[in-house]
Design a protein around this ligand. Structure first.
Ligand code: FES
Ligand code: FE
Length: 326
C-alpha cells in the first residue's frame, strides 16, 4: 500500500505529554504515541506482544512504556527490557514491539508506517516565514474520506451555498477561469478569485480575494492568499494548511494550520472563525456518497469550475493512492 510510505499527521505535539501514552489510529492501524526520557517521540503498535493488551492503557516508567497487564517494559525503538515476573531474564532482540518512524513538525506528530525514516513531509511554505503567526485548529473527527475533505477544500463553487454570507453569496456564484498545473509534489491552482462577504475575522465589507490552492501530498493541501494592492498587509502570503490523518477509508481526523498576519486576535478568535467555516462544510461532507472519492472520471459529473478537483483525482490515480478512493 503506497500510503504507508507517506508521512501522516496523527496528533498535535502538545497532546503527547511526558507521563502518559496516547492512543491514535492511522490507516486502520492502532498506534500508541509516547515520549522517552529525552522527550523523543515514539510510535508503537498499540498491542503488547505478550498477551495483546493495549499498551496505551499502560504508563511511562523511567522513560519506558509499561504494559498495563503484566508490566513488561519497552524502551524507545520497541525493545522489551523488563519482564517483572522473571526479574533476571534479559529479553532477546526478538522480544520487541513494532515501532514506527515519528517526527514533529507544524505543531503535529507525523508517522510513516513502512519502516522507513526518510522522505519529506507535505510542504507548508508559510512555515518558514517567521513574520507570520502560526495557530493550529482541530482536530475535527469527520465521517468522510480524506480525499473528499481535500477536494472540498479545493472547491470554490460551494462558497455561495455552504458558506453563504461568509465566503460567498448566492448572488455571485460564477467561478472565473483559473489555471491548474502539476508541481513536483502535487497540483497547483492559481488565479482563483472570489467575492467574499466575510473572508476573515476582521472583514467589514465584501472583498474580492484571490487565492492559490496547492495539493502538496495526497492528503494535504494549502490555500495561500495572494496579496492585494493597497492593503496594509501587502506582501504577506497568509496561508492555511489542511493536514488530514486517514483514520479509516471513511473517517478522518483533520487539522488546519493557520499562518496569518493577524496579531490582534486571540488564538481562540482565530480558531472560532475557522471553526465556523468548517462546521458549515462538515454535514455536506459527511452526506456525500460514496464516502470514498471516485477516481473514474465517469463516476460523477463535472463542470468547468471543477478542473482543480479533476486534476486532484488524476493525481491520486497516477500516484497509486487506494485508501479513501474508489
Ligand atoms: Fe503486556 Fe502481558 S500483555 S505484559
Ligand atoms: Fe467549504
Amino acid at each position: 500500500m503506497i500510503e504507508t510510505s507517506l508521512w501522516h499527521p496523527v496528533a498535535q505535539s502538545p497532546e503527547v505529554v511526558a507521563d502518559k501514552p496516547l492512543p491514535v489510529q492511522l490507516l486502520e492501524q492502532s498506534l500508541v504515541l509516547w515520549r522517552n526520557a529525552e522527550g523523543a517521540m515514539q510510535a508503537f503498535v498499540d498491542r503488547c506482544p505478550h498477551r495483546g493488551a493495549r499498551l496505551s492503557m499502560g504508563r511511562i516508567e523511567q522513560g519506558r512504556l509499561e504494559c498495563p497487564y503484566h508490566g513488561w517494559q519497552f524502551a524507545a525503538g520497541g525493545q522489551c527490557v523488563k519482564v517483572p515476573a522473571v526479574p533476571d531474564f534479559v529479553p532477546p532482540p526478538s522480544q520487541c514491539v513494532k515501532s514506527f518512524a515519528a517526527r514533529e513538525a507544524y505543531g503535529l506528530v507525523w508517522v510513516r508506517l513502512d519502516g522507513a525514516e526518510a522522505g519529506d513531509l507535505p510542504l507548508f511554505a508559510a512555515e518558514a516565514d517567521g513574520h507570520l503567526r502560526k495557530v493550529n485548529c482541530g482536530p475535527y473527527d469527520v465521517a468522510a474520506s480524506a480525499p473528499r475533505i481535500i477536494e472540498n477544500f479545493l472547491d470554490m463553487s460551494h462558497f455561495g451555498f455552504v458558506h453563504e454570507g461568509w465566503l460567498g453569496s448566492r448572488d455571485a456564484t460564477a467561478i472565473a477561469a483559473y489555471k491548474v498545473e502539476p508541481t513536483p509534489t502535487g497540483v497547483l491552482a492559481t488565479g482563483c478569485k472570489a467575492v467574499q462577504p466575510q473572508s476573515n475575522l476582521h472583514s467589514t465589507a465584501a472583498a474580492q480575494v484571490e487565492y492559490t490552492y496547492e495539493v502538496t501530498a495526497p492528503y494535504a493541501a494549502v490555500l495561500c492568499k495572494v496579496p492585494q494592492e493597497g492593503t496594509s498587509k501587502q506582501g504577506w502570503r497568509e496561508s492555511i494548511g489542511l493536514f488530514i490523518c486517514p483514520v479509516t477509508p471513511d473517517t478522518s481526523r483533520v487539522w488546519f494550520r493557520l499562518a496569518v498576519a493577524d496579531f490582534d486576535s486571540s488564538d481562540e478568535q482565530l480558531r472560532d472563525f475557522q471553526h465556523t467555516i468548517f462546521v458549515q462544510d462538515q454535514p455536506v461532507l459527511e452526506s456525500q456518497m460514496p464516502k470514498a472519492l471516485p477516481l473514474d472520471p465517469r463516476a460523477e459529473m463535472h463542470s468547468a469550475a471543477d478542473r482543480m478537483s479533476s486534476a486532484y483525482r488524476r493525481y491520486l490515480k497516477a500516484g497509486g493512492i487506494a485508501f479513501g478512493v474508489c
